[in-house]
Write a protein that binds this ligand. Sequence first.
Ligand SMILES: *Cc1c(COP(=O)(O)O)cnc(C)c1O
Length: 438
Amino acid sequence: MSIEQQRRLVTELPGPRSQELMARKVSAVASGVGTTMPVFVAAADGGIVVDVDGNQLIDLGSGIAVTTVGAANPRVVAAVTEQVAAFTHTCFMVTPYDGYVAVAEALNRLTPGDHDKRTALFNSGAEAVENAVKIARAYTKKDAVVVFDHAYHGRTNLTLAMTAKNKPYKHTFGPFAPEVYRVSGSYPYRDGVLDGRKAAARALDQIEKQIGADNLAALVIEPVQGEGGFIEPAPGFLPALADWCRANDVVFVADEVQTGFARTGDMFASEREGVVPDLIVTAKGIAGGLPLSAVTGRAEIMSAPHEGGLGGTYGGNPIACAAALAAIAAIEEDGLVERAREIETLVKGRFDKIKDDRIGDVRGRGAMLAVELVQSGGDVPDPQLAKDVAKAAHARGVIVLTCGTYGNVLRFLPPLTISDALLDDAFDVIATALEEAR
Ligand SMILES: *Cc1c(COP(=O)(O)O)cnc(C)c1O
């Protein structure tokens, strides 16, 4: 790695160059586009982000679970460099190229289930979720879509209807697309239902009574919820939902935009309980930072839309496809699925040692981990504490994100190429920040 893998602060954060750039941002960029940290980036790779003042920060965010293989992975850099010199774009719908087909083949091979599959490529997670809904509607000839409490599926109009949280995502942006119905999910820490089949029965009862399987095209679910708080459903929840979908001609769609590509210690999170989604939506970690997303699924479902019904100008751009093939090779050949599991052991080991009654729950899998912070001794969410700890970590050069419906979850999404030494340093900083926030 070209960047020394060490945290180092040479100015206060933000430094003078970042402050100058922030002033330009404020007068040039729409204020609706916020930033977690007022620090501008010059370079990044492995577990380090270097800012424009020469500070080296530890990356526990991966640009929101995107740079799983690092932000300048040599395989990705080489593949992209070669492709950009050959051609940047033709539009696959005009004159196709092999990279797109190779990514489709890779996704058909890697996603759960050994049935006949097809893939279509898009640009963003939200765009792929929208297309999964289009495909499910075309296949079932039904309209309704079921989503869950605490769900996040994107920021376009249809996906905002599917996303649960009002602020910051939905507030003032309605009206939203119709025929989207929200039912209760599985949140063992808060709902106390530890048997996933019971939680599923509750959701299925709502679906049958309020919507009806005959009207339902698709059930869309994150196998581990992301923005909603890194919520792992109780065991049995996902298989029960998938079984019900199969028995009722409803397309089971796994939104693995955040959980995919080794993030949770499996190539896809659905695998942990042997769930085989009818359609699986991927993006974020797919292409080493380049914008790409996909819908992969059963050939008969994927083939339901008429020819020309799916696509887009940039979908499956050749540079993004080259990056995806390189990122997938890195995940498979560099043992990154196993690395995600090692990261889970290391980080959970750190939190086992911290006895603090403001940590309500430590959860997640692989390198998608979180702690839910609460007021001492109870389970009342403490978003201010999460904010304070994140702020203190930021000031010391650790990039950490918050999430959750209540804003009280600290989430950890390091690149899988981060070193143990950097993780140790980062969690020392977070432990100190937690201590000082007392
Ligand atoms: C980020 C995310 C999306 C939206 O992806 P974009 O690329 O931001 O449109 C959808 N679903 C899940 C689970 C996500 O985490």
